[in-house]
Design a protein around this ligand. Sequence first.
Ligand SMILES: Cc1ncc(COP(=O)(O)O)c(C=O)c1O
Length: 376
Amino acid sequence: MKKIYLASPHMSNEKYEEKYVKEAFDTNWLSTVGENINKFEESVREYLNVESSVALASGTSSIHLGLKALGVKKDDVVFVSDLTFSASVNPIIYENATPVFIDSEYATWNMCPKALEKAFEKYTPKAVIVVHLYGRAANMEEIVEICEKHNVPILEDAAEGLGTIYKGKFLGTYGKCGALSFNGNKIITTTGGGMLVSNDKSITEKARFWSTQSKDPARHYQHSEIGYNYRMSNVLAGIGRGQIKVLEERIAKKKEIFDTYKKAFESIEEIEMMPEGEEERSNYWLSTMTLKEDSKIKPLDIIETLEKENIESRPVWKPMHLQPIFEKYDFIKKDDKKISVGEDLFNRGVCLPSDTKMTNDDIERVINIIKKLFKN
Ligand SMILES: Cc1ncc(COP(=O)(O)O)c(C=O)c1O
């Protein structure tokens, strides 16, 4: 049985990536400096229409240095989306700051502006990390307005949102800075990697300085600040340089996958696809759905049935306030309902295989297995 993945690396047919990696070998720039890094940073700037960019070792390190550049320090409060991957939160802890988790809204699954307003009544945060899940934009119009009113900077975690255009602008360019991920399962990959982007060059330049061990300008090694070894390798940047050329192609395929599922499941009353946004061109990174509360088939039934057929799928992120490591931190719910929006989406959600290498037959195979479950 052919394995079908949730989302796996997908190199270009033209093998651009191999060409640029070979260039790094041929010129012996096998280090964290070189043409590939410069060109990869430039191509992302051009694509996103953003002022500055610094290529780093991961999305997590991009969030970390972004937070530091926003001045987050020990005991500062940082608001962060509750429904996300732990990597959105860990950098807050690296800086000994305190996360406060903000609930989701059903329309976008992302940070709820109402819950954010409530949080501002209780705390004065140093920064707000807004996550864009599965390629879908958070309600940036309202979130930006609220944060501007309180004069608090936004760091966008756009690890899953590269290529999504929301109201005419790319995700990652709404906040004071934006973090991207090129992890193996992302829409484009460098096997592992990330980038911090900003329209304020002082932010990315500070991150660049920290990412290469905070070397003061001096002939000898001199350090006035703690440094990190967070820079991207020139070899991996070569992969990124090739991958950015096929990003639009990948987005088109991701949309085709989503549309195929949506059409196929229209007749199944229990299934609802993740809502799409108006005035938004999503990158459709993962096709995700929820099952109605009264559905006899539960997310785990789908996940386990697909697994038996060698097909990968997974639950929606488990909210951060429910994670043992984070349960001591405050969580701001949207309303007084017993169950939060994020927990409800976690209970009822499934991320479907969204690998851009899937053929039409592969997608049909997934659909037929799921449809059969609802016929029995
Ligand atoms: C929402 C979110 N934030 C942050 C990250 C971290 O990115 P990386 O794995 O490149 O460190 C990921 C993915 O891995 C993610 O999905």
